[in-house]
Design a protein around this ligand. Structure first.
Ligand SMILES: [Fe+2]
Length: 198
């Protein structure tokens, strides 16, 4: 299977971004998540396919673009749908299922069918849980950077405090990913991108 290059992925972002600002926000975030994931993957013993992690992380949030309205504003209420929207977008672009899945299986620490029903999420009721080590690593790396205004890096402690609101099981899932993958040093990336760490 030939995976798309960084340039091909960038071109897909450009094609689907409604504005230059949206492109900058989402594509930069994807590059940062890619850098975090690849640094973690470098650690001995993880045994992940680094090329798949690269392509998956660079594509994971492409489904945010369809959530921008005519007025250029993001539909925050429907934000949780960005995963399935990205999956559909990449499938329509002819990309393989293994890449489409990075979009639909990276939200939070994994969304279960039960979460969809209990929280009344605007998603078809099924599991959206990372299955492969590559999917889990991209999902995990994504938690350390946020597309807020301005964008910020998020420490493991700050994310743990955030995710606890969704249940002890979510906090435990995040803690076990921290143990499995390690906690990234965000300082070099924060300096390189000029984004604050919170
Ligand atoms: Fe993301």
């Amino acid at each position: 299977m030939r995976l798309p290059t960084d340039a091909e992925i960038r071109a897909l972002h450009v094609k689907h971004a409604p504005t230059e600002e949206a492109f900058e926000l989402v594509h930069t975030h994807c590059q940062i998540v890619c850098a975090i994931a690849l640094r973690l993957a470098d650690r001995a013993g993880l045994g992940v396919d680094a090329e798949l992690v690269r392509a998956g992380s660079l594509l994971h949030d492409i489904g945010v673009y369809p959530l921008y309205g005519e007025d250029g504003r993001l539909d925050h209420a429907g934000y949780v749908r960005h995963g399935i929207l990205g999956h559909e977008l990449l499938r329509a672009e002819g990309l393989p299922e293994i890449l489409c899945r990075f979009c639909s299986h990276h939200t939070g620490v994994g969304i279960s069918r039960e979460d969809v029903l209990r929280q009344g999420l605007p998603l078809p009721p099924r599991d959206y849980l990372a299955e492969s080590a590559e999917e889990e690593l991209v999902m995990y790396a994504d938690k350390f950077h946020s597309k807020t205004d301005p964008p910020r890096f998020v420490t493991a402690g700050a994310y743990a405090a955030h995710v606890r609101r969704y249940g002890d099981d979510k906090a435990e899932a995040f803690a076990s990913m921290c143990a499995a993958f390690g906690v990234p040093d965000l300082r070099p990336l924060a300096a390189a991108y000029g984004h604050e760490i919170v």
